[in-house]
Write a protein that binds this ligand. Structure first.
Ligand code: AMP
Length: 220
C-alpha cells in the first residue's frame, strides 16, 4: 500500500490538492476534518465531543480522533493506500499511525508539506468556501467556482465553514501550527519529508507535489 501524508497549516491548500494527488495515485483521500464534520452533522456522541473543540479552533484530543481515523484507514477502499489529509496533526498521532501501519507491514511512504507563511493564511481563509454536499474547496478570490455560490462538481451551495471566522482562524493558527511543526520534524527525521512552496499558484503547487510524488515513489 502507498501512504502519503499531506501536511500544511489550516488554509495551506491540503483540501484542494488532496483529490488531485489521490487521482494520480489511484487511492482515496481520507480527510480527518470531513470525518469529524460528518460525525457532528450526524449528531453522534463522538460528534458532540468533537464539536466542542472544533468550534473553538482547537484540535480534538488524540483519543477522540486516532481510533476512528485508523479504523477508516483499515477500510476496504484503502487497502491499496491513501492520501491522508489532516491526520496526523500531533506527534502522538504520527506515532500511532506509524504503529498501525507497521502492524500491517507498511509505513508512511511520503509526507508532503505545503508550506505557506502564517500571516498569509488568515486572509486566505476569509475567502474560502466549501460545498455543502461534499466539502469541495473554493476560494472566491483565487479559485472561484464557474457560477457564483454553486459547486462546479456537484451543484450544491457553497458555504463558509463555521470555523473559518477570523477569530477562530487565529485560534486555529495559534493552536495548530506548533504541533504541525512537530509532525513535520517527525517525518523529516524519518527521511520522508518533502516541502513544496504553497505560495505559488494552485497549478504550480500541484505540479510540485506530483513531481515530488513521482520522484519519491517511483511512479511511472
Ligand atoms: P480541517 O478540515 O482539516 O481543517 O479540520 C477541521 C477541524 O477538525 C480542526 O480545526 C480540528 O478542530 C479538527 N481536526 C481535524 N483533524 C484533526 C486531527 N487529526 N486531530 C485533531 N483535531 C483534528
Amino acid at each position: 500500500m502507498t501512504v502519503v501524508v499531506l501536511l500544511g497549516a489550516p488554509g495551506a491548500g491540503k483540501g484542494t490538492q488532496a483529490p488531485i494527488l489521490a487521482e494520480h495515485l489511484g487511492v482515496p483521500v481520507l480527510a480527518s476534518g470531513n470525518l469529524l464534520r460528518a460525525a457532528v452533522s450526524a449528531r453522534t456522541a463522538l460528534g458532540a465531543v468533537a464539536d466542542r473543540y472544533m468550534s473553538r479552533g482547537q484540535l480534538v484530543p488524540d483519543e477522540t480522533i486516532v481510533d476512528i481515523f485508523l479504523e477508516r484507514l483499515a477500510a476496504d477502499d484503502a487497502t491499496g493506500g491513501a492520501i491522508l489529509d489532516g491526520f496526523p496533526r500531533t506527534r502522538g498521532q504520527a506515532r500511532a499511525l506509524d504503529r498501525a501501519l507497521a502492524a500491517r507491514g507498511s509505513r508512511v511512504d511520503l509526507a508532503l508539506h505545503i508550506d505557506v507563511p502564517e500571516e498569509l493564511l488568515v486572509a486566505r481563509m476569509a475567502s474560502r468556501r466549501i460545498c455543502a454536499a461534499n466539502g469541495h474547496v473554493y476560494n472566491i478570490a483565487s479559485n472561484p467556482p464557474l457560477v457564483a455560490g454553486v459547486c462546479d462538481l456537484d451543484g450544491s451551495a457553497l458555504i463558509q465553514r463555521e470555523d473559518d471566522s477570523e477569530e477562530t482562524v487565529r485560534a486555529r493558527m495559534a493552536q495548530q501550527i506548533p504541533p504541525l511543526m512537530d509532525v513535520v520534524d517527525h517525518y523529516r527525521a524519518n527521511g520522508v519529508l518533502r516541502s513544496v512552496d504553497g505560495l505559488r499558484p494552485i497549478d504550480e503547487v500541484t505540479a510540485g507535489l506530483l513531481a515530488a510524488t513521482d520522484r519519491e515513489l517511483g511512479v511511472a
